[in-house]
Design a protein around this ligand. Structure first.
Ligand SMILES: Cc1cc2nc3c(=O)[nH]c(=O)nc-3n(C[C@H](O)[C@H](O)[C@H](O)COP(=O)(O)OP(=O)(O)OC[C@H]3O[C@@H](n4cnc5c(N)ncnc54)[C@H](O)[C@@H]3O)c2cc1C
Length: 387
């Protein structure tokens, strides 16, 4: 979508223009409208292109945030297997030489470690919530506003037009995603394998009793392209083999889709345009490898923090005041930097084919598994809870 930049001197009908109606943009619009700000949401909901086959692992902080704006998809009480939400009761991670790490919600004294959320259901729920919120107007062009928040995803044109530098380190991998039906129930367990420099996750779908999984497999780009073109059963068999038959025979339930992967981050997240302040949020500000399922969790935390900073501003301060926006930028820098560093470090660690590094990383997994405090700390980070 090509957003027309606002003209200087245009009267402001809106307090905030949120540019980009992905999950981050819609959530932010809902948070701000709840605070009685007049919000323009630029860009329509997802079009009629193929439905997203992904499912996101969302932590408890994201769940609470989405619940607070009534955008958390609810389970269908009459049909648990059609549930768009699956609580993860345990996680199992395998290394490439006998390393193994297990977490369970019980050990954390928590209802679930994370929740696997059907992406189309989440998008629909958000779009409905936006439709019910009288304080949000959907527009196709960017209006003048005291503050414009760019939530256009990784390839944001507006960020580029504003001259905000975006450091990008592409990975030679793509993530292949698909839905598969399993012979055996998943038991609410999220499973992940690190092998041959690849990372494969099978995330449980369809509620705790379900027997479908969402695949996310980070593989060299040429391999991903081959799978997109080949017979679906070829991919199903490869997943079954890599998962050591853990869930029995697997069948494809959706076409496969693939996403290029990168570690990226904007150098500055705030600036000014002709009519006010500008801030970046979500993937427009940062993107990371999905191996830890954190990209959207971090983007939703951006939305929560920006809404908090705007809510707590001094009464005389304009919404686009750069001093105010700098509070947001500073507050987010540390978490986003750390998460990008962790995902990149893990990816790099398992990409090494040196046998000494292989022994060390598998030893590391087993040691983590035996160390109560470190394991609990890791689990709390993944769950989006403060240390
Ligand atoms: C395979 C895979 C698996 C993932 N799994 C997880 C997971 O388990 N957990 C997790 O937390 N994260 C996960 N992520 C990351 C997650 O997908 C992203 O972090 C998230 O989608 C970012 O949301 P966003 O709203 O910032 O950007 P986007 O989803 O990219 O949305 C941007 C929106 O802006 C619109 N837009 C673009 N340009 C313009 C314009 N000029 N004007 C108006 N609108 C515009 C686009 O059409 C789009 O609607 C995964 C990513 C991948 C690739």
């Amino acid at each position: 979508m090509n957003a027309t930049p606002p003209r200087a001197g245009t009267p402001r009908r809106f307090d905030v223009a949120v540019q980009g109606a992905g999950v981050v943009g819609q959530t932010l619009a809902l948070l701000l409208a709840r605070d009685r700000l007049r919000v323009a949401l630029v860009g329509g909901p997802r079009g009629t292109d193929a439905p997203d086959v992904r499912a996101y692992a969302l932590n408890s902080a994201s769940r609470e945030l989405l619940r607070s704006v009534r955008a958390w998809p609810e389970a269908d009480a009459n049909d648990q297997h059609a549930s768009p939400i699956t609580p993860v009761s345990a996680m199992q991670v395998w290394g490439d030489d006998g390393g193994e790490l297990k977490f369970s919600a019980n050990d954390q004294g928590s209802e679930a470690l994370t929740w696997i959320v059907d992406v189309p259901a989440l998008e629909q729920r958000l779009s409905d919530a936006v439709g019910f919120q009288g304080g949000i107007e959907r527009l196709t062009e960017t209006p003048a506003a005291a503050l414009t928040v760019v939530c256009e995803g990784k390839r944001s044109q507006t960020r580029e037009q504003l001259g905000l530098a975006f450091d990008v380190r592409p990975y030679a991998h793509k993530a292949v995603a698909a839905r598969l039906r399993c012979e055996r129930p998943h038991g609410g367990v999220a499973r992940q394998w690190f092998a041959q420099g690849e990372v494969m996750a099978l995330l449980p779908l369809g509620g705790a009793e379900g027997n479908s999984v969402a695949l996310v497999w980070s593989v060299p780009a040429e391999q991903a392209n081959l799978w997109l073109q080949s017979d679906p059963s070829v991919l199903a068999q490869a997943v079954q083999a890599r998962s050591a038959n853990t869930l029995g025979t697997l069948h494809m339930e959706s076409p496969a889709q693939a996403w290029p992967l990168e570690l990226s981050r904007a150098q500055r997240w705030i600036t000014r345009n002709a009519t006010g302040g500008v801030a970046l949020a979500g993937d427009a500000a940062h993107a990371m490898h999905p191996l830890a399922g954190q990209g959207l969790n971090v983007g939703l935390a951006d939305a929560a923090e920006l809404a908090r900073v705007l809510h707590e501003r001094e009464y005389w301060r304009d919404l686009g005041d750069l001093k105010l926006l700098r509070r947001y930028e500073r507050a987010r820098a540390a978490e986003v930097g750390a998460m990008g560093w962790i995902t990149d470090g893990l990816f790099g660690l398992f990409a090494h084919d040196d046998s000494r590094v292989q022994a060390l990383r598998n030893w590391g997994l087993n040691s983590f598994n035996r160390s109560g405090p470190v394991k609990r700390w890791l689990a709390r980070q993944a769950m989006g809870q403060a240390a």
